[in-house]
Design a protein around this ligand. Structure first.
Ligand SMILES: Nc1ncnc2c1ncn2[C@@H]1O[C@H](COP(=O)(O)OP(=O)(O)O)[C@@H](O)[C@H]1O
Ligand SMILES: [Ca+2]
Length: 515
């Protein structure tokens, strides 16, 4: 039909052109020159028309905008610089990580005794951010600092100290030429929800029919689980609703304070010590979650100094010898003890009487989930294979491990048997993942160039870069528009050429007839 119509249209055009040229030729002896002039004028006209159209619709030269978010975690602070094309800020997937910097030393909560030093500890990374962003954009670049579970715990322990630390970082950040937008402790709900927004924004899931993926974040002091659930949510604390790009999302989210992997380790050590020792005299802890040959003297205070493990009574000043016996099965048993599965006041729980519907769909597991599973090479194995590999790893001698990994921090290396076991136990016995849906978990660090974590989602939300309704987009993308214009003008030009050839033949015949 289309082809037939086009041919008919072409024929009509050719017919009209031929009549026009024929008339010129018959009436005017200077026909050849005139035809050439007319053809050239029409061709130039088309070129000018197309050029104006293309130039007029060409996107303006890309201008970039920037934003800075500081992730003040329990173990350390990271500074992220994000970048996006100025006129596309409401389109999904447009904001990307441009630069990341890890602040030297521990997290800001470790400055509780010397709060004045917390701010200046950020200097190197903030100077890097300043160098990364073009100077003329500095004043309009927003800076946010969000502190997570380390500061939540400090606030519980010593409210004034946490206020002083926040004031110190605030004063320091205000010395930069950026647009300072606040330093605060974010809630566990925010941490979970913004992690979920980040991974789905970066994966472009908000505009796809394929649905979203859940987010699993393992920190040092807390851990978050967030996913879209079709089930009725039985506790309002675990429910968050978003309307993004014209779609409604009903999220389940929970943040477990004290169940990050560093606090989890403290809980496990406390539990093991208390089950076997009366805390007086010499304590030797034979820990199945540490490699054979591992032997380090540690203060009891380092275990009991947190609100997660605090015990009433006199200050604990003793030390204990932490000895590794490397036995995965015993370690698994010990780690299970820190998750309370004995009662649930809802139809279903994860652990510690926290409501959780059955996990649904795919999940991205990031932060310490990735660091640990990646080091242990477990990111592609099934749950049962991962357990076997862990059993093997935990029995490896401590000296052999150190020899094989001279560049890995000893603290991390010593803890990987515990950390790996903790992750498998949290996912299986805590969140109730099974051997069947284990494959739905992707252990990820980055999506594209951007790290998975709560920071990007936090900035997108505070700068209103995710609209509730889908923004209008042009019918054709710019590339498609240029291509279409090009082929249409080519078609018109070809019509002229065909018309001209056709006319020449006809006029030749007409000329003969006249003679
Ligand atoms: N290379 C690594 N190997 C193992 N663990 C790591 C590595 N890098 C960072 N971590 C751990 O990741 C966790 C990050 O937690 P963090 O974000 O600081 O705490 P939170 O989110 O609870 O405030 C910490 O437990 C830290 O020790
Ligand atoms: Ca974190």
């Amino acid at each position: 039909m289309g082809l037939h119509y086009l041919n008919f249209k072409q024929l009509t055009l050719i017919h009209l052109f031929s009549l026009f040229f024929l008339e010129i030729k018959v009436k005017n002896p200077w026909h050849r020159r005139q035809i050439i002039i007319v053809t050239v004028i029409i061709a130039v006209g088309i070129i000018i028309m197309v050029s104006i159209g293309v130039v007029q619709n060409k996107p303006l030269h890309q201008k970039y905008k920037y934003g800075i978010v500081l992730d003040a975690g329990s173990s350390h602070t990271s500074v992220y610089v994000y970048e996006w094309p100025a006129e596309k800020e409401n389109n999904t997937g447009m904001v990307q990580q441009k630069h990341a910097c890890n602040v030297k030393g521990k997290g800001i909560s470790s400055y509780s005794g010397t709060p004045d030093k917390a701010g200046v500890s950020l200097k190197e990374c903030m100077d890097e951010a300043k160098m990364t962003i073009p100077k003329h954009r500095h004043h309009e670049t927003p800076v946010y600092l969000g502190a997570t579970a380390g500061m939540r715990l400090l606030k519980m322990d010593d409210d004034t100290a946490s206020e002083k630390v926040l004031k110190s970082v605030e004063n320091f950040l205000q010395t930069y030429p950026f647009s300072y937008r606040g330093a605060r402790i974010i809630t566990g709900q925010e941490e979970g929800a913004f992690g979920w927004i980040t991974v789905n924004y970066l994966s472009n899931n908000f505009r796809k029919a394929s649905g979203t993926m859940g987010a699993l974040d393992l920190g040092g002091a807390s851990t978050q689980i967030t996913f879209v659930s079709g089930k009725k949510l039985e506790s309002p604390d675990n429910s968050i609703n978003f309307r993004l790009y014209g779609n409604d999302y009903h999220l389940y989210t929970h943040s477990f304070l004290c169940y990050g992997k560093d606090q989890g380790l403290k809980l496990s050590i406390k539990q093991q010590i208390q089950s076997k020792h009366d805390m007086t005299g010499n304590i030797t802890l034979e820990d199945p979650c540490f490699n054979p040959g591992y032997s380090v003297i540690k203060s009891l205070q380092s275990v009991f100094d947190s609100p997660c493990t605090k015990v009433n009574g006199p200050r604990i000043e003793n030390y204990f010898t932490h000895i590794g016996i490397g036995n995965w099965h015993k370690c698994h048993k010990a780690v299970k003890m820190v998750f309370n599965n004995t009662y649930c006041h809802y139809s279903r729980c994860s652990f510690n009487n926290v409501f959780q519907p059955t996990v649904e769909g795919r999940f991205g597991a990031f932060s310490a989930y990735f660091f640990v599973m990646n080091f242990l090479n477990l990111t592609t194995y099934s749950l049962d294979e991962a357990k076997e590999k862990m059993a093997e790893y935990c029995t490896t001698n401590w000296d052999t491990l150190k020899k094989n990994h001279p560049n890995v921090k000893e603290k991390f290396l010593g803890e990987y048997c515990f950390s790996g076991t903790y992750i498998l136990t949290l996912l299986e016995d805590g969140y109730k993942f099974t051997s069947d849906n284990w494959k739905n978990i992707d252990f990820i660090k980055k999506i594209g160039d951007s790290e998975a974590g709560w920071t990007l989602g936090y900035m997108l939300n505070l700068t209103n870069m995710i609209p509730a309704e889908a923004p209008d987009t042009p019918l054709l993308p710019y590339g498609g528009y240029v291509t279409l214009m090009f082929f249409l003008s080519l078609l018109i030009f070809v019509c002229f050429i065909i018309g001209y050839i056709f006319f020449r033949r006809k006029s030749g015949a007409a000329h003969k007839d006249i003679i």
